[in-house]
Ligand binder design. Structure first.
Ligand code: HEC
Ligand code: HEC
Ligand code: HEC
Ligand code: HEC
Ligand code: HEC
Ligand code: HEC
Ligand code: HEC
Ligand code: HEC
Ligand code: HEC
Length: 409
């Protein structure tokens, strides 16, 4: 078995030397401009957006899809853990065993030998899955989506849509993470904790109620004590329009957090190489309260956060740091017990968690929901802007009418 694998590797290496050589000898064109990764839904055909000019000139970049039946193999058939270059990608103390680049050629050759050696110029099309151009002049690879701290700095991050979503069982973690909150670690507490915390210990850099939430979810770009509430200067004629404010989003964790406990050494399942224990093929995206025109750079440049905004299915404007919101427990609005990160029905925040403050007995008392419903009644074209960026143009849902009819105490 091993010999077979080794000889295959050698063969591949030889094949590639020949391939590179043949490419070197052939005439080639400059790398294509405007190469793109998988596009975000808002930018798929149909969305208002000029057609990319480069499209006609260059053959389109090829997308790899995990959804294709033939590609639904064990993850480690393609993804080796850790990647060979993990120590080069993150340096020194920041480095930990991780998957930091695309799978290697061997993982495709068994089925795609023909495509790999296709007589296509400037390079076989299939190279474009991983390489910017794969011409001898330019062998650079596309940025791999992990580690996010590097990927998010590239323009690719804005377009990126994962084939997967994270299946994260909150119920199984809250207690164990809670026990790690500073000063709470029991002497001789959970053993794997000591075993796996040689690296960056997990701690909550911000306040939250319950405490454990802030270990993994922090307020992104908080306004804090600053006077500047907007992320960037809003246009003069903003009026009632929406402009992104600081402290709107909560972050979510990635390998740097998960692999402190789920490391190769700790033996705590799932192991970091068990990709499919955490990454599950994404369910169809829920309808989102999102407008790509409001999310252009420099208002929002961080790809990870942009993906969260694109995924907001209740209130696109809701600001975690706004109004009285930070004084509340996270669990007032997020039913963590019932949370299934793969099911939008359970991640949606119900209007009931807003009613107590934003719906009042009468409009005179100033409930935002009452006021907007009144204005909608007076003018059917009125767009609700307090809580929404896209939903506010739609007909009034039953939940909203009911909330005003029976405001809560
Ligand atoms: C047949 C080979 C193959 C198999 C099997 C495979 N992958 Fe991949 N995977 C790739 C390639 C190639 C890329 C890079 C493609 C890209 O960047 O668009 C990739 C990229 C990814 C990414 C980043 C892009 C994204 O869509 O989020 C994740 C996450 C990922 N793989 C997880 C998995 C998991 C989990 C499994 C097992 C269920 C798996 N892969 C199985 C080939 C494979
Ligand atoms: C187990 C066999 C198998 C493996 C391994 C495999 N593929 Fe595929 N792949 C297929 C088959 C079969 C198709 C469908 C081919 C077709 O429709 O022409 C396909 C389709 C594709 C396509 C879409 C082709 C198109 O015309 O749109 C891409 C891109 C691709 N594979 C890339 C890869 C890459 C990159 C790897 C290695 C990381 C890989 N595949 C590994 C079997 C495989
Ligand atoms: C599934 C992703 C993937 C595809 C598709 C792919 N490559 Fe690569 N390629 C890689 C990775 C990853 C490396 C780095 C491997 C390593 O360091 O061992 C690499 C390295 C190379 C290298 C060596 C570069 C160097 O600096 O050492 C060459 C040459 C190359 N690829 C050419 C090609 C060509 C030509 C094609 C298309 C026929 C192609 N690759 C398709 C992932 C891919
Ligand atoms: C150990 C880390 C961890 C802790 C602790 C944690 N979460 Fe999460 N949470 C996650 C991960 C991972 C996801 C999935 C994120 C993704 O899809 O990328 C998630 C998703 C969520 C989501 C869904 C976001 C969405 O709309 O997709 C909410 C809401 C949430 N968490 C709230 C909480 C609350 C409230 C607490 C505290 C009671 C908490 N979490 C504690 C890791 C954690
Ligand atoms: C007053 C209600 C409320 C409170 C309190 C609240 N959230 Fe949220 N949270 C929301 C809403 C609304 C969204 C947007 C959900 C959507 O549209 O999908 C959201 C989204 C999120 C998300 C997804 C990322 C994002 O910003 O869209 C995470 C993670 C999250 N909240 C965690 C927390 C944590 C942790 C706390 C406690 C520190 C908390 N929330 C407190 C209402 C609240
Ligand atoms: C503080 C240590 C710790 C951290 C950090 C941590 N986990 Fe866990 N995880 C555990 C423990 C302990 C279990 C076993 C829980 C059980 O079986 O009751 C577990 C179990 C799991 C399971 C398997 C659950 C099942 O149904 O068997 C998944 C999936 C998982 N973790 C994902 C994650 C992800 C994703 C992250 C990062 C966002 C993460 N974990 C971060 C300690 C941790
Ligand atoms: C213990 C859980 C866990 C395991 C095991 C795991 N991941 Fe992840 N992975 C995560 C979380 C959480 C994120 C952050 C997701 C986000 O930001 O939405 C992530 C993000 C990524 C990303 C960045 C792109 C994206 O989809 O957000 C890639 C690529 C990736 N993982 C690949 C892999 C591969 C390949 C493996 C197996 C070798 C693997 N992961 C194993 C939890 C895990
Ligand atoms: C105080 C905040 C708030 C105000 C004001 C508000 N909404 Fe909502 N809206 C929400 C929340 C939270 C949800 C998600 C829960 C739900 O669907 O009931 C939502 C959901 C929606 C949905 C999606 C319903 C679905 O089933 O997918 C539409 C459409 C909508 N609102 C329209 C409006 C309109 C029109 C107005 C103005 C008259 C308005 N909203 C005012 C908070 C608000
Ligand atoms: C405990 C009372 C309370 C609850 C519950 C509450 N809010 Fe608020 N919210 C406030 C206060 C106070 C303000 C500041 C005054 C204002 O703008 O109305 C505010 C402000 C806002 C703003 C404007 C934020 C800014 O800084 O521009 C939005 C949007 C909003 N809330 C949405 C929501 C949504 C959506 C929910 C339910 C998921 C919700 N609120 C739940 C009290 C609350």
């Amino acid at each position: 078995m091993r010999d077979h694998a080794t000889s295959l590797k050698t063969l591949t290496r030889i094949a590639f030397c020949c391939l590179s050589l043949s490419l070197l000898l052939s005439s080639f064109e400059p790398p294509r401009a405007g190469a793109q990764r998988r596009r975000a839904p808002s930018q798929r055909p149909g969305a208002q957006r000029p057609a990319p000019r480069a499209a006609a000139a260059a053959p389109a970049r090829m997308d790899f899809s995990h959804r294709r039946r033939e590609h639904q193999l064990a993850c480690d058939k393609c993804h080796k853990f850790p990647s060979e270059n993990w120590k080069e990608v993150r340096k020194g103390d920041a480095a930990f065993p991780d998957v930091t680049q695309q799978p290697e050629h061997e993982s495709c050759l068994g089925c795609h030998r023909q495509q790999f050696f296709a007589r296509e110029r400037p390079a076989p099309r299939i190279c474009s899955v991983c390489h910017v151009a794969a011409t001898p002049r330019n062998l650079a690879r596309l940025p791999f989506p992990n580690p996010p701290e590097f990927f998010d700095q590239t323009p690719h991050a804005r377009e990126f849509v994962s084939d997967f979503r994270i299946g994260f069982p909150h119920d199984k973690h809250l207690e164990v993470v809670g026990r790690l909150a500073p000063g709470q670690a029991e002497p001789g507490g959970v053993r794997f904790v000591t075993a796996s915390f040689r690296r960056t210990p997990l701690r909550a850099p911000q306040e939250s109620d319950p405490k454990s939430c802030a270990v993994c979810h922090q307020t992104y770009q908080p306004q804090g004590k600053s006077d500047e509430e907007y992320v960037t200067k809003p246009p003069e004629d903003l009026g009632e329009g929406f402009w992104l404010k600081k402290g709107t989003f909560k972050t979510a964790p990635n390998h740097a957090s998960c692999f402190t406990c789920h490391s190769q050494d700790s033996g705590l399942a799932p192991a970091p190489g068990d990709c499919n224990a955490c990454h599950k093929l994404a369910p169809p995206a829920a309808r989102a309260d999102f407008d790509p025109r409001l999310a252009t750079a420099p208002v929002l440049t961080d790809g990870t956060i942009l993906r969260r905004w694109r995924g907001r299915e209740s209130s696109g404007t809701f600001r975690h740091e706004g109004g009285a919101h930070p004084d509340m427990s996270c669990t007032n609005c997020h039913n963590v017990g019932a949370l299934n990160t793969l099911d939008p029905k359970t991640t949606k925040v119900p209007l009931d968690s807003c009613n107590t403050c934003h719906a009042t007995a009468t409009s005179a008392e100033g409930g935002a929901l009452n006021l907007e419903i009144d204005r909608r009644k007076a003018d059917p074209s009125f767009q609700c802007v307090k809580c929404h960026v896209a939903f506010g143009r739609e007909p009034l849902p039953g939940t909203h009418a009911k909330a005003v009819a029976a405001p809560q105490q």
